[in-house]
Design a protein around this ligand. Sequence first.
Ligand SMILES: Cc1cc2nc3c(=O)[nH]c(=O)nc-3n(C[C@H](O)[C@H](O)[C@H](O)COP(=O)(O)O)c2cc1C
Length: 237
Amino acid sequence: MVNAAAHVEVRAQALGVFRPNDVQPAARPGDPLADAACALIASRQNVSPKRLVEPGPDEAQLERLFAAAAAAPDHGQLLPWKFVIVPQAKRSLVAEAFALALIDRDPGATLVQIEAAREKAYRSPLLMLAVLRLVSEREPEIPNVERTVSLGCAVQNVLLASHAMGFGAGLTSGRAINAVRMRTLFGLGADEQAVCFVNIGTVSKSIAARVRPSPDQFVTSLCGVRSIESASPRQAK
Ligand SMILES: Cc1cc2nc3c(=O)[nH]c(=O)nc-3n(C[C@H](O)[C@H](O)[C@H](O)COP(=O)(O)O)c2cc1C
């Protein structure tokens, strides 16, 4: 897993690929870089924030993470998403929002539960909130499903770039994420939705590789002949 990551880094630098404004394919067919890149993608897996310790990405690495995010497909170039970094000095504010959001929805929450909610804000060296901008009157173009896919790709690019650089990364959400306390803290507008926290750091303890689905579980092919004449437009979703 780490070998694939290191190989991609070294080969990419040697080949001078991944340059900004370079629209050429990153590798020629049959290039071993493709094997390494695919191995790297296939070996990514979620790392719980509990297992993420210092150091996190430095400034230069952060820049590369965001360059990866910016490569996400974006219909209409609306940039319908953003990442909000939570510096260490502001973690206590997020901790407070987690705690108050819990008390708001469960006034009977115990001190242990409240402390556990608070603790979520301190787990990983890099913590940032991924925020989606939804369709609004001001910006009616491009449906929410496409905006969501764009954000998902940006998040995945960040996860993969983290993995390529030797970090672990994981996503967290939960009920507090769009609670009014959290939304207020992050200054989210009516057309914005918090989707998940992205947690990145050094993996303290690795876990067994996850078994992934095989293509026959998620790939089909359009086959057979169906009459489309009788399909009413009113049935279409
Ligand atoms: C938007 C989003 C939010 C998530 N939030 C949580 C969460 O709060 N807690 C959790 O255990 N997993 C959460 N997950 C799932 C993990 O990030 C991870 O995808 C899952 O454990 C499967 O692991 P894998 O990414 O290695 O396949 C979330 C996933 C997504 C896409």
